[in-house]
Design a protein around this ligand. Structure first.
Ligand SMILES: *[C@@H]1O[C@H](CO)[C@@H](O)[C@H](O)[C@H]1NC(C)=O
Ligand SMILES: *[C@@H]1O[C@H](CO)[C@@H](O)[C@H](O)[C@H]1NC(C)=O
Ligand SMILES: *[C@@H]1O[C@H](CO)[C@@H](O)[C@H](O)[C@H]1NC(C)=O
Ligand SMILES: *[C@@H]1O[C@H](CO)[C@@H](O)[C@H](O)[C@H]1NC(C)=O
Length: 359
């Protein structure tokens, strides 16, 4: 059986953070039996490829540093879901739901969809996207398949699913492709940023409860990055002295500020639940003045995404952004690294994913 393992699984993998001198050792056996991923383009690994949407990137120069080339990942190489799969010890990336086989599903699936959000209509300006509610529906399909593959013993599968890790990263598009797109959506004029954040958190809370009711117990919720510092938002809106678009970052901060109370509430109300908050804002430098895309980005169709078939910048490991919105592989490694192993007490609340896995 060992001969079937891919090489990198059983070679202890050393992920090195250039700036931080941190070593993470990944062992051979998966630390949890399965890993499920929900969210948007920061997690998506190809679920949108066959959809009628602007939010798909299965063309060069995406994937220029990825073994399989362009796969629908919104970056040059691996994304944070891929790194987390590695850190958790899986011998493969979790496959996109759109193409996962039943036997692969037993170890977990990636449901994430670029452009999608907590609210069903977020991202609909781009065409088809798979909203968080629809991703939760797809998870039901997966569970039915796992139940039948595991011998139709629902209580056995229920116990199995409790041991797995569930990563959820949604909300960016409720700002980028909704609240801050007043030509398409009425939300901006209907709600103050405070009211809008309340609304999102309320809906997010019920979505996480749906996940819990599907058997999830170990859940990591990813906060939002400083969207107002992305190259595309800086190009679209007037920037402030900070170098970023302050009112976007302030609106996003309203959402992030509600995550700790959300996590506390979920852990108090759902028995046996271990929900944790990955505090992206604690490790996203607000680098407005260094905010350049690595590729030539589109100003029309697929706005902010790389123009197809152009050469990207050369020194990609030193760049923060790959296109107008998305981090390079280096950025993804930083996010996943500190989500998995906290290096300050503010990185993950109350615990990091490594400790979540060990529970
Ligand atoms: C189903 O799995 C449980 C363990 O979770 C076991 O105790 C039970 O005997 C199984 N039932 C059947 C019918 O195999
Ligand atoms: C940022 O710039 C916008 C638009 O120019 C302005 O309305 C806003 O007051 C500025 N914010 C700060 C904090 O300076
Ligand atoms: C937890 O329960 C309390 C009391 O019923 C309620 O006020 C609160 O909104 C709940 N929080 C969550 C996140 O479910
Ligand atoms: C998240 O990080 C921010 C920025 O460093 C910090 O102000 C905040 O307290 C952190 N939140 C938690 C729950 O640790």
């Amino acid at each position: 059986m060992a001969s079937g393992f891919s090489l990198w699984r059983c070679m202890p993998l050393i992920a090195m953070f250039c700036s931080l001198n941190i070593l993470i050792l990944v062992s051979c056996e998966p630390k949890v039996p399965c890993f499920f991923i929900f969210g948007d383009s920061l997690m998506d690994n190809g679920n949108n490829n066959d959809l009628d949407t602007q939010a798909k990137v299965n063309y060069p120069p995406y994937g220029v540093d990825f073994t399989d080339g362009p796969t629908g990942r919104f970056t040059n190489g691996m994304n944070q879901a891929d790194f987390l799969s590695q850190f958790l010890g899986f011998d493969n990336f979790r496959p996109p739901f759109a193409r996962a086989s039943g036997s692969e599903m037993v170890q977990g699936v990636n449901y994430a969809s670029g452009g999608s959000g907590i609210r069903g209509e977020s991202g609909s300006n781009l065409g088809e996207v798979i909203s968080l509610d629809q991703q939760l529906g797809n998870h039901q399909t997966t569970i039915s398949k796992i139940v039948s593959l595991q011998g139709n013993n629902a209580s056995y599968t229920g116990e199995y699913l409790k041991k797995c890790i569930y990563a959820v990263g949604s909300g960016s598009n409720d700002y980028i492709n909704n609240y801050f797109m007043p030509d398409f959506f009425p939300e901006t004029s209907q709600y103050t940023p405070e009211q809008y954040a309340d609304l999102l958190i309320q809906q997010y809370a019920s979505q996480i409860k749906v996940l819990y009711n599907s058997g999830a117990r170990k859940i990591a919720l990813f906060g939002l990055g400083p969207i107002g510092c992305t190259p595309e938002e800086i190009r679209t809106f007037p920037r402030n002295l900070s170098g970023c678009v302050d009112n976007l970052n302030n609106a996003v901060a309203q959402f992030n500020n509600r995550m700790k109370p959300l996590v506390d509430g979920l852990n108090a109300n759902l028995s046996d639940a271990h929900v944790t908050y990955v505090n992206i804002s604690n490790f996203s430098p607000q680098i407005g003045l260094l905010s350049f895309p690595c590729c030539e980005t589109s100003t029309t169709f697929g706005k902010g995404q790389c123009v197809p078939n152009q050469k990207p910048c050369l020194v990609r490991t030193l760049r923060a952004f790959y296109d107008g919105f998305h981090p390079t592989e280096t950025g993804h490694l930083l996010f996943a690294g500190r989500a998995y192993t906290a290096i300050t007490p503010f990185d993950d609340y109350p615990i990091d994913i490594r400790h979540l896995a060990e529970l």
